[in-house]
Ligand binder design. Sequence first.
Ligand code: S3P
Ligand code: PEP
Length: 409
Amino acid sequence: MKLKLNQLQDPFVNGSIRITGSKSETNRLLLLRALFPNIQIENLSNSDDGRVMQKGLLAIKGEVDIHHAGTAMRFLTGYFASQEGKEVVLTGSSRMKERPIQVLVDALKELGAEIEYVNKRGCPPLRISGKKLIKNKVALPANVSSQYISALLLIAPSLENGLELELVGKITSVPYIKMTLSLLDELGISTSFEGNKISVHPKKDVETKTMVVESDWSSASYFYSIAAMCRVGSQIKLSAYKKNSLQGDSVLQEIYTQFGVETSFSDTEVTLNKVSRHKTDFFEYDLSNAPDLAQTISVTCLGLGIGCHLTGLHTLPIKETDRLAALQTELTKLGAQVDIDAESLTLRSTSVINEGVPIDTYHDHRMAMAFAPLALRTNLFVNDAGVVSKSYPDFWEDLKTIGLHIVEV
Ligand SMILES: O=C(O)C1=C[C@@H](OP(=O)(O)O)[C@@H](O)[C@H](O)C1
Ligand SMILES: C=C(OP(=O)(O)O)C(=O)O
């Protein structure tokens, strides 16, 4: 599906949207519910990634295909490796077969798991024969993806002796690790995270409990970007959010004050108010705690005609696509000057944005969603726009409800 986004002649929006549940919280809670069936979950994500996780958890043997879902791939690897008697081949999209998983496989093997690479060493597909894991201590690199660490922590309470992890190197995407530990804590599982050591105590069962997934903050980022590019007075209400979020991407509230967007809370609704012009002409930020915001923020800066230098982006090359390369290519098509290296992106300010550019999305939901707000500045096309279903299937419909003009071409 190719979409044309027509430029909004008056850059003004006003509307309310209920955003689907966080896919990160959803996929953690689905796994925890498989271990502790008396957990109930509300506001589950309606995303593809949530669906493949839910379906994957039901398998006992045979092939489990998780398509593009990184969290499902990593979390299910830990799950099946520790489920005695289950025998699966865990596979995914062609991109998933390039996304590294050796750090997690090595750690699980160290704990006694039986896992083989079906094709290429270090990447899915994986043949997993579930085993009872008795060992409870392992060290693993922490600078590649936090998902390997969360995968181990999620199964930890079900292991006879719990788990002690030693994280080696600079820890990346830390809020996602803390989210995992907070969810365990909420279920009454005892954990500790001090320095580079994490431990989780074993737990046989948990009390009956309803866990309410907060709506997705990464999805909210596209509305922050729209609000930033609108004229003063524009307002977007989003629900259902929590003041004390477990999601690191809630840092948006702080970041977007630089772009003239103030956030206020009323119960579970957040209101984004465009109150002023942007406060900086060159935005600098380390996104190692919020890597999924890199695309949104660099496009916001292009739309506002300001430059930026974003660092901490070392995990971007192994996500749904090489996001640093994809960003450079697409921003350049729009007329921007962009430099990248292994962990950063620099955008020079430009006042002109090329019109009618077809944005390629590289099977990456965030490429489609991050560029959409540019419809506040120019006409543009988005190729393969259905990719948004990975995390936010209702994205295009929701944009229409706040007044954007979008047609299929
Ligand atoms: O644990 C999670 O839910 C996630 C962790 C992050 O990945 P990395 O730890 O690989 O950066 C993030 O980019 C991803 O979208 C979701
Ligand atoms: C990186 C992402 O997802 P995953 O790694 O779970 O595929 C994302 O949603 O931006």
